[in-house]
Design a protein around this ligand. Structure first.
Ligand code: DGY
Length: 307
């Protein structure tokens, strides 16, 4: 990927994999660059953008772009691109895997064995929730939501969804049902959050929403932290208002090891690995490099967010 860009441009790269680009480095480098290739760890806000003198394009190696102030970029005439499509199936796989792991207490059971707690087989030991035949409610029926619904169908789940707009064709094709958010929360055994993060979806699942859910319900979030209010979620899990949660994303990433959510046995956590298959991450990296190149060559990038 770097070789592709290196042939055409002078590339300055932050290559410490374990730390995001420090803010002061971004602030210094943004001034004179034509294109920024970034990850969701880079906060490209209005203040950072105000320093840029020549910037033409920001290519985000992610489908989500809540790390970028798109309005500020648009006002400055800077193109913003993302990487939709290539990560859909991989992220749907992980979402379903997290649902299964949380429902059947896979991580907890593995730790139970390794910690020497397994003394005998007993009837109710480490029992979880059934997946087959249960009702799942999908919040956000975009590409990943649809791909997730196909997997749920294979498990004979009853599928409800809530989305900004109804999708009649998908409803017919997959046999899924549109419902209001409140109904979805009340009826679902699994609530799966797959809507993008925005000002409208911040705290979409808060105290009120958690209170509507079943005591046996499982909440899964592989979209963005901040859509589910973590304080409200902690209390709902602690007080048995809902049964468990599976989280791949957090309000602050990496989540602090002292965070209260991590102290609960009924939370399964992952370090934001929704799209992390080798093939998919390579496709995302190449797509983001192509977008950068297209824009710098004066072409319209294939996936331009700010038309
Ligand atoms: C995205 O692309 O937005 C994911 O969160 C990371 O792949």
């Amino acid at each position: 990927m770097l070789a592709r860009l290196d042939e055409l441009y002078e590339v300055k790269m932050w290559d410490e994999e374990d730390t995001p680009v420090p803010r002061e480095v971004l602030e210094k480098e943004i001034v004179d660059i034509d294109g920024l290739y970034c990850l969701l760890t880079e906060n490209v806000d209005a203040e950072l953008l105000s320093r840029a003198k020549k910037l033409k394009v920001i290519s985000n190696m992610a489908v989500g772009f809540n790390n970028i102030d798109v309005e500020a970029a648009t006002n400055k005439g800077v193109m913003v691109t993302n990487t939709p499509g290539v990560l859909t199936e991989t992220t749907a796989d992980l979402t379903f895997a997290l649902l299964m792991a949380t429902a059947r207490r896979i991580v907890e059971s593995s730790e139970y064995l390794k910690e020497g707690k397994w003394k005998t087989w007993s009837p109710m030991q480490l029992t979880g929730q059934d997946i087959y035949g249960a009702t799942v409610g999908i919040i956000g029926l975009g590409r990943i939501g649809e791909a997730f619904a196909k997997r749920a169908k294979g498990f004979d789940m009853n599928i409800l969804y809530h989305n900004r707009s109804r999708k009649s064709e998908v409803e017919q094709e997959l046999g899924i049902t549109y419902v209001e958010k409140e109904t979805l929360l009340q009826k679902s055994d699994y609530v799966v959050v797959l809507t993008p993060y925005s000002l409208e979806t911040k705290d979409l699942i808060d105290q009120h929403e958690l209170a509507l859910m079943k005591e046996t319900a499982v909440l899964i979030n592989t979209s963005r932290g901040g859509i589910v209010n973590e304080t409200a979620l902690y209390h709902a899990l602690k007080e048995g208002q809902i049964w468990a949660a599976g989280l791949d994303v957090f309000e602050e990433e990496p989540i602090s090891l002292n965070h209260r959510l991590l102290s609960l046995p009924n939370v399964t956590v992952l370090p934001h690995i929704g799209s992390a298959s080798k093939k998919t991450r390579i496709k995302m990296a190449i797509m983001a490099a192509d977008h950068l190149s297209q824009a710098l060559q004066g072409e319209r990038p294939t996936h331009l967010i700010n038309e």
